[in-house]
Write a protein that binds this ligand. Structure first.
Ligand SMILES: [Zn+2]
Length: 80
């Protein structure tokens, strides 16, 4: 009988491209669709821009561990 893997799995960010439907499964927010190259905005973009407009744009994309369900757009992105 095979033993169950008891290691704790890491959280994943699953995002669907709203242009082509390509599914992304990553640990960090995707900056561009891997299929059609559509650019995405980071989560809470407008809050981040007003809070810290001196940061470079790419620094606004979060690691999945820094995100919560209320940060993502329902129907497009899910934290798994
Ligand atoms: Zn796409």
């Amino acid at each position: 009988m095979k033993e169950l893997n008891k290691t704790h799995s890491k959280k994943r960010l699953i995002k669907k491209c709203h242009m082509c439907g390509h599914m992304h499964d990553t640990a960090t927010e995707v900056q561009k669709c891997h299929s059609c190259k559509k650019s995405f905005l980071p989560s809470n973009y407008f809050n981040k821009i007003h809070a810290s407009n001196s940061q470079e744009f790419r620094m606004l994309f979060s690691e999945v561990n820094d995100l919560h369900e209320e940060d993502v757009i329902k129907g497009i992105t899910v934290i798994w």
